[in-house]
Write a protein that binds this ligand. Structure first.
Ligand SMILES: Nc1nc2c(ncn2[C@@H]2O[C@H](COP(=O)(O)OP(=O)(O)OP(=O)(O)O)[C@@H](O)[C@H]2O)c(=O)[nH]1
Ligand SMILES: [Mg+2]
Length: 223
């Protein structure tokens, strides 16, 4: 893959209630770090990351729009859903209301994003309930959403599902990778394509400034 910057660019959105850890998941993905006191997102934030899908020998650039969970920004953030190929629908496993509210975030996504979008339900903050017996003593919150309940709802809605922690990093990259594999599978089956799907772009042999494999012929107006 020498010389190739990316084979696909995919647009992702990250949505869910305020304070469930959306920005923290994105910072973990892009910078491999955890901010204990991040600022709430005012509108949208952006992050991008190259990931490799080894079995396909492909480099994928994820362009991620991290949206505010605060209700007052909802009409602004909805406008960023358009054309997204992937969505991380995030709730906090220690906050049941954030799981219940995921239904209305999903309804919004389905109304405004590509109908073929791949959505992965992410139960964040599992570090807080890694050891339930000592969590009360340590002043930690207890789990309020079981893995089984969330998994069942995800199945009913046709969502992928994973539990993760932006704090420890557990399953964060894996969540994006699972969604990416699912999107690439849709690309191979023709569900998404470069022409019709604004959130999916394939590298082209010329004209867009992308460095290509040395073995590919180069084109140019003056050669
Ligand atoms: N223990 C723990 N805390 C987390 C985790 N992820 C985020 N937090 C904390 O949860 C709080 C909210 O995190 P944010 O990433 O700002 O949440 P958000 O979903 O982006 O919130 P908005 O931008 O307001 O919608 C912060 O105090 C984070 O440090 C996690 O995996 N574990
Ligand atoms: Mg945020």
């Amino acid at each position: 893959m020498a010389g190739v910057q990316w084979h696909y660019v995919l647009k992702f959105i990250i949505t869910g209630d305020a304070a469930v850890g959306k920005s923290s998941l994105l910072v973990r993905l892009t910078d491999q770090r955890f901010l204990a006191n991040p600022d709430p997102t005012l509108g949208v934030e952006f992050g991008s990351k190259l990931i490799t899908i080894p079995e396909e020998n492909k480099i994928v650039k994820l362009q991620c729009w991290d949206t505010a969970g605060t209700e007052s920004f909802r009409s602004i953030t909805r406008s960023y859903y358009r054309g997204a190929a992937g969505c991380l629908l995030v709730y906090d496993v220690t906050n049941r209301q954030s799981f219940l509210n995921a239904r209305s975030w999903l309804a919004d996504v389905r109304e405004h994003a590509d109908p073929h979008l791949t959505c992965i339900l992410v139960g964040n903050k599992i570090d807080l309930c890694s050891d339930e017996s000592s969590s009360a003593a340590a002043g930690k919150r207890k789990r309020e959403v079981s893995t089984e309940e969330a998994e069942l709802w995800a199945q009913e809605e046709g969502l992928l599902f994973v539990e993760a922690s932006a704090k420890s990093g557990e399953n964060v990259e894996a969540a994006f990778e699972r969604a990416t594999r699912n999107i690439l599978d849709k690309v191979h089956r023709g569900v998404f394509d470069d022409e019709r799907s604004p959130g999916v772009k394939l590298s082209k042999p010329s004209g867009n400034g992308i460095a290509l494999d040395e073995s590919q012929p180069r084109s140019g107006c003056c050669s």
